[in-house]
Design a protein around this ligand. Structure first.
Ligand SMILES: [Fe+2]
Ligand SMILES: [Fe+2]
Length: 190
C-alpha cells in the first residue's frame, strides 16, 4: 500500500513460509475478528447510515473465515488458539474516547489493518506460487476484497470528518511504522 511509512520486516516472509499451518490458524482468527469488528462499528451513531454497508463487510469477512476453516480441514490442521498481535493492540491502544474521535480512530485502525492484509496477501500470492500454488491462488483471491475494505473504512472516516481523519491518519501512520519495527517471533500475519 502506498500510504505506509515502513516496509514489512525482511524476516516476516521466511517466518511465514516455514510455519504455514500456524499462519492459517492465525489467518482464520483474523477473518473472524474482521467480521466481529465490522459489526462492532455499527454501535457508533455516526455510522448508523452505513449499517448495511458494514453488514456486507461482516458477511464477506465471515465467508473468508469459513474459507480458511475449510482450508484447515482439507489440510488436516486443527483449529487452535490465536497469538495476540502486539501490532493490532498497539494500534487500538491509541483509539481516543469521545464519540467522534473514537469512531474516526477506530475506522482508521481498521483501515490500516485491512491495508496491511491486502499488501501481505499480495506478497503471499506471489511467493507461495512455486511452493504451494493452491494457497497462492487462495491469497490472490482475497486481495481485492481486503483492498476494498481498506478504502471503505478510510472513506467512512473521511465522510464523518475529512480534516480530522487526515490529521489522525498522519498520526496513525507514524504509530504503525513504529509498531512495524517491533520484533515479533511468532508466525503471524500481523
Ligand atoms: Fe477478510
Ligand atoms: Fe477485510
Amino acid at each position: 500500500m502506498l500510504l505506509f511509512r515502513e516496509k514489512i520486516p525482511a524476516n516476516w516472509l521466511p517466518k511465514i513460509l516455514v510455519n504455514l499451518p500456524a499462519v492459517l490458524i492465525d489467518h482464520a482468527h483474523l477473518e473472524r475478528k474482521a467480521a466481529t469488528t465490522a459489526l462492532n462499528l455499527e454501535k457508533y451513531h455516526d455510522l448508523y447510515p452505513r449499517v448495511e454497508q458494514l453488514n456486507a463487510i461482516a458477511i464477506e469477512e465471515l465467508q473468508h473465515f469459513q474459507l480458511v476453516l475449510d482450508l484447515l480441514k482439507r489440510r488436516g490442521i486443527p483449529f487452535g488458539r490465536p497469538h495476540p498481535s502486539p501490532w493490532i493492540s498497539g494500534l487500538m491502544k491509541s483509539v481516543r474516547n469521545g464519540q467522534r474521535h473514537q469512531v474516526i480512530d477506530h475506522l482508521l485502525c481498521c483501515s490500516l489493518i485491512e491495508g496491511r492484509s491486502c499488501e501481505k496477501f499480495q506478497i503471499l500470492a506471489r511467493e507461495l506460487e512455486p511452493i504451494d500454488p493452491g494457497l497462492a491462488k487462495f491469497y490472490a483471491s482475497l486481495v481485492e476484497s481486503e483492498g476494498n475494505h481498506y478504502a471503505t473504512y478510510l472513506l467512512m472516516a473521511r465522510g464523518i470528518d475529512h480534516v480530522e481523519t487526515d490529521r489522525r491518519l498522519d498520526f496513525y501512520l507514524d504509530v504503525e511504522a513504529q509498531l512495524m519495527r517491533q520484533p515479533n517471533p511468532f508466525p503471524m500475519l500481523h
